[in-house]
Design a binder for this molecule. Structure first.
Ligand SMILES: [Zn+2]
Length: 116
């Protein structure tokens, strides 16, 4: 049987990455922006397969970064998608890229010890 990539696997991968981004931002915002005004994060864009129905509490700044990250992930034209760190495209806007690097550095190791 020829190996063709069903679009559902794309959807699953995108959702998996979205969930990971949500978890990272949640860990980071909890630790750094606990005293800011925060609201429940949701993401439901008709043109994307990524969904966040009832996300964590996030501040404004983290919401913007997370939305940008999800949209960029969804729009990623590379297949298979490389690790963003190794990607030659650098689709993130520079300001978001710096922020995301900080978030990843902080939340990456911590996310291993926290489920859900
Ligand atoms: Zn925050």
């Amino acid at each position: 049987m020829p190996k063709s990539k069903p679009s559902t696997s794309d959807t699953i991968e995108i959702q998996k990455d979205t969930d990971k981004l949500v978890r990272f931002l949640s860990i980071y915002c909890d630790a750094h922006h606990e005293h800011r005004l925060r609201a429940t994060f949701t993401f439901d864009h008709p043109k994307t397969s990524a969904r966040v129905i009832k996300g964590p509490q996030l501040c404004d700044e983290c919401v913007k970064l997370l939305r940008h990250a999800i949209v960029m992930r969804v729009l990623c034209p590379l297949d298979p998608k490389p690790k963003c760190r190794k990607c030659p495209e650098h689709c993130y806007r520079p300001v978001y890229r710096d922020q995301m690097e900080t978030v990843m550095k902080y939340a990456g190791p911590r996310s291993l010890f926290r489920k859900g």
